[in-house]
Design a protein around this ligand. Structure first.
Ligand code: UDP
Length: 475
């Protein structure tokens, strides 16, 4: 009978490589260390299916299976619909199909938990309907989670746009955060995306538990506050850093690694802006000229420019036209002895793990940050979209592991500044301090994931709850 079967967990990722990757890594840990079997149930809009399938196929040997829900359509949405709105609509438009999948899974397996990511709260109702415990894997910082619980209050008590608030928000145990550094959908109260985010924030409290992809030593104040805030905040489990250990996405990145093999230790700046990050042509030029001006070695993952949004490749990631054609005239030729330009995608984890990599110019995606911490690589923080401005504040003011870029009045980071950041990070005294600090976090990250480390124990605690699952006491 069902009770004799191994406990089963359903994972519902919302679109984005940055969501799927850590959920897969979490799934692997649950299978390998805690004997769960797992099914990914994947809402989607029809894009990105092939790379996702490739990644998931590799996992079938590990009792991890997957099902794609029927693709939803965005044909009715205006062109300027925010990416966050699309992400949450992908889920809400899939709820009926999700319900069917969970019903079947619940009949066939001993389903003990349904895990969603940051945008997945609307799936909680489906879990509850089948008496399955609704959990979240929060894929950002503990500070970000505190802000989620603070937002409904801020929404009620302020009426101006948050960027116009004169004082920063002081979340307990955290560095001060200005409203202008809140995530994009919170920047315009009239945008439908705003309402959706406030709705989501309110629903976080109905999780049975929230695992966070961070660790106690990285954000001690924020985790303490999450524990002490009590009412309305479900149990919080710091289980990170949960990062990709290799590039299982099958994309050939050997060229980067072969090139790195030939460079001196710690000499190369890795430049990459996540799965979605894009620039205007003007900004692309400034960045290129800045890298050239620095004279430093670099690997730059380039994407084609986009004049309207900074996350132009989020839903397409790799399928764009050749970006090299957009670089300044003669740039490739002039930098060929010191730089490697890679179109659209590189094996980031392997690059960060390479002895030649001495710094990372990053868009501050949370996965990129954790990957840098695990490999001890100091940063230049250049946030573009989503919650990345807040992450920059954490990196620069809180952890002191990054130089933060400054934009001019037109919102452009100028080439001369880029060159200075690069030199300061790779060769300068400030870079040295940031590197040392990063090494400390690297060591701490190693310890929390050791057998008796705090993150290992936290995940074990969650696993125990699920194994002793009893629907009347846990819901
Ligand atoms: N990534 C990669 N190669 C690239 C760009 C990104 O392997 O050229 C990976 C990166 O290692 C990370 C993820 O894609 O695991 C991006 O997640 P992140 O949270 O940093 O940013 P997002 O893409 O979600 O904005």
């Amino acid at each position: 009978h069902k009770l004799l079967k191994p406990p089963h967990v359903a994972i519902v990722p919302t679109p984005g490589i940055g969501h799927l990757t850590p959920l897969i890594e979490l799934a692997k840990r649950l299978v390998v260390h805690h004997n769960f079997s797992i099914t990914f149930i994947i809402p989607n809009d029809g894009s990105l299916l092939t790379p996702q399938k490739k990644v998931l196929e590799v996992l079938s040997s590990l009792s991890i299976s997957y099902v794609f829900l029927p693709p939803v359509s965005f044909d009715d949405l205006p062109d300027d619909t925010m990416i966050e709105t699309k992400i949450s609509l992908t889920l809400t438009r899939s709820l009926l199909a999700l319900r069917d999948s969970v019903r079947v899974l619940n009949e066939l397996t001993r389903l003990v938990s349904l895990i969603v990511d940051v945008f997945g709260v609307d799936a909680f109702d489906v879990a509850v309907e089948f008496q399955v415990s609704p959990y979240m894997f929060f894929l950002n910082s503990a500070m970000g989670l505190l802000l989620v619980f603070h937002m409904p209050h801020l929404h009620e008590t302020t009426s101006c746009e948050y960027r116009d608030m004169p004082e920063p928000v002081q979340l307990p145990g955290c560095v001060p955060l200005h409203g202008r550094d809140f995530t994009d959908p919170l920047q315009d109260r009239t945008n439908p995306g705003y309402k959706a985010v406030i709705h989501m924030c309110k629903k976080y409290g109905s999780a049975a538990g929230i695992m966070v992809n961070s660790f106690v030593d990285l954000e001690p104040g924020a985790f303490k506050a999450l524990r002490e805030q009590g009412r309305g905040i479900p149990p919080v489990y710091p289980v990170g850093p949960v990062i990709k250990t290799d590039s299982i996405d099958g994309i050939d990145g050997d060229e980067c690694l072969r090139w790195l093999d030939k460079q001196p230790n710690g000499s190369v700046l890795f430049v990459s802006f996540g799965s979605g990050g894009t620039f205007s042509q003007e900004q692309l030029n400034e960045l290129a000229l800045g890298l050239e001006l620095s004279g430093n070695r670099f690997i730059w993952v380039v994407k084609s420019p986009n004049e309207t949004v900074k996350n132009g490749s989020y839903f397409s990631v790799k399928g764009e036209e050749n970006p090299l054609g957009f670089l300044p005239n003669g740039f490739l030729e002039r930098t060929k002895d010191v730089g490697l330009v890679v179109p659209t995608w590189a094996p980031q984890v392997e690059v960060l793990n390479h002895r030649s990599t001495g710094g990372f110019l990053t868009h501050c995606g949370w996965n990129s940050i954790l990957e840098s911490i695990v490999h001890g690589v100091p940063l230049i923080a250049w946030p573009l979209y989503a919650e990345q401005k807040m992450n920059k504040v954490i990196l620069v003011d809180g952890l002191k592991v990054a130089l933060g870029v400054k934009e001019n009045k037109k919102g452009i980071v100028e080439s001369q500044d880029v060159a200075n950041y690069v030199r300061d990070l790779i060769e300068g005294d400030e870079g040295k301090l940031l590197r040392e600090k990063m090494k400390e976090y690297k060591e701490a990250a190693k310890l929390v994931l050791a057998e008796t480390g705090s993150s290992t124990k936290s995940l074990a605690e969650v696993a125990q709850i699920w194994k002793g699952f009893n629907s009347t006491t846990n819901l």
